[in-house]
Write a protein that binds this ligand. Structure first.
Ligand SMILES: [Zn+2]
Length: 389
């Protein structure tokens, strides 16, 4: 593998420009005026160097990306979108290895190097989604790393046979188990969460739960998740996705839950889509809670939006959070990079010596500008291999 020297860039959070020497897939040196030796030199003078972007919440298996445009056909309720998904996915060829591949290629072109995707599992689709995502991810493993969550989209307790299939998925090597509205959809939050956490504990899986349930109901479910995370010693391995309730409860209640999430090691992933409530990112970060970011659906039966660009997604998160100051806008970029990496449990992530050389270079001078303008990327690198430059 050829050594590569990125010359003159501005690594995010370093105070001065610095060269990065990449050797054997990792960052070997960081400093000014590094000797190139026999390395290939790539001039990135004045450009922002970021660690690879992390898509922490999407649904690759559902995507229609790369195919013909499909007009949206669901009504405006969660249950309506769920029945639209169940009713039309077979007709539209979902899940499709080709479309998943097309979307992963697009994500990679924007500098996304790690993806966590929630894959539908239910008695009708079985593990076909897991297999389709696995096939596409294996073919693109030199460009992007994909982590799957075995996801009971259409209910767990309310959809007999689903728990057994989730277990099969974990046995087959799927890294994480999901859940969905333990109260609002599955009608029995204690039993739902006990089932999910018991499987996670038995198979050493991470947990990532969709929680749309709002207000005090959702807040109480967060407490149940915190309790189980602490009791099973799963801190750092549990994420709550969406967590709308955090954006709806009063400030004092937010403070208490933020403290509980931080102490238990429960991360929050948000997509900041449409007008759905967004968790209080700055408050959560100040309390020490890991905040990650993702698109949720990208061009699928649930909605026609989503580009696959995590800098654009970070812009939406910053905008929905009413962030204007650079330091605030950078919190959204943190969610799309380091926050996502912590939520996904990625080892060796970052811009320090010894970290994996997953890098993206953006033709701007600073992080807030990268988020607001999200321009075409100058360079994308995965494990020390240039994918575009
Ligand atoms: Zn989702």
């Amino acid at each position: 593998m050829t050594d590569i020297l990125l010359r003159g860039g501005r690594p995010w959070r370093l105070l001065a420009p610095a060269d990065l020497l990449v050797r054997d897939g990792v960052i070997a040196r960081v400093g000014q005026g590094l000797d190139a030796g026999g390395a290939r030199v790539v001039d990135v003078s004045g450009r922002l160097v970021l660690p690879g972007l992390v898509e922490a919440h999407c649904h690759l298996d559902k995507t229609l990306y790369g195919g013909a445009w499909v007009p949206h056909s669901a009504d405006d309720t969660l249950t309506g979108r769920m029945s639209n998904d169940l009713g039309r996915r077979a007709e539209l060829g979902v899940p499709s290895v080709e479309r998943i591949t097309a979307l992963l290629e697009r994500m990679s072109s924007f500098g996304t190097t790690h993806v966590r995707t929630h894959t539908d599992i239910d008695p009708a689709v079985g593990l076909r989604g897991v297999e389709a995502v696995g096939e596409a991810a294996a073919a693109l493993s030199d460009r992007v790393s994909v982590q799957q969550v075995a996801f009971p989209q259409h209910g767990l307790l309310t959809n007999p046979g689903t728990a057994e299939l989730l277990e099969e998925a974990l046995k087959s090597g799927v890294e994480a188990i999901g859940g969905i509205d333990p109260a609002g959809i599955d009608r029995d939050p204690v039993r739902h969460l006990d089932t999910v956490f018991e499987l996670a504990s038995r198979y050493g899986a991470a947990v990532d739960i969709h929680l749309h349930d709002g207000g005090t109901l959702g807040a109480w479910e967060l407490e149940l998740i915190i309790e189980r995370t602490a009791a099973l010693g799963l801190g750092g391995r549990v994420t709550v996705s969406h967590a709308y309730a955090l954006g709806q409860i009063d400030g004092a209640h937010q403070d208490r839950l933020a403290k509980g999430l931080a102490e238990a090691g429960v991360a929050v992933a948000t997509a900041a889509v449409y007008s759905f409530p967004v968790p209080p990112v700055r408050k959560l970060r100040e309390a020490g809670v890991t905040v990650a970011c993702g698109h949720d659906g990208i061009r699928d039966l649930w909605g026609p939006y989503g580009s696959g660009d995590m800098l654009e997604r970070a812009m939406h998160l910053a905008y929905r959070s009413t962030f204007r100051a650079d330091a605030d806008i950078e919190l959204a970029l943190e969610a799309a990079t380091y926050g996502g990496a912590r939520a996904l449990g990625l080892p060796g992530y970052g811009l320090s010596v010894g970290d994996q050389a997953d890098l993206v270079v953006v033709p701007v001078g600073g992080a807030a500008e990268a988020v607001v303008t999200h321009p075409p990327r100058s360079l994308v690198m995965k494990r020390g291999v240039l994918l575009s430059a």
